[in-house]
Design a protein around this ligand. Structure first.
Ligand SMILES: [Zn+2]
Length: 72
């Protein structure tokens, strides 16, 4: 169930699909900058098989650079 526990900005981040606007709360990963509050990423229902990159946003809706993230 969505939002089964209170959202904690210290440990949680929101994923939102840019197409259908479905969202869910997931645990933050260590490489995620503290300023990131929302990650826009295509959900499985909207995934058409193309490559989709994610976009990071701060609490103010400003895009956060992913340059600091380590490349695999
Ligand atoms: Zn979707």
């Amino acid at each position: 169930m969505l939002m089964a526990k209170p959202f904690d900005i210290a440990t949680d981040v929101t994923l939102e699909c840019p197409r259908c606007r479905a969202y869910k709360t997931v645990a933050r990963t260590p490489e995620l900058p503290a300023s990131v509050r929302l990650i826009e990423i295509i959900c499985p229902d909207c995934d058409d098989g193309d490559f989709h990159s994610e976009t990071w946003y701060s609490a103010l809706g400003v895009e956060v650079s992913q340059d600091a993230r380590a490349e695999p």
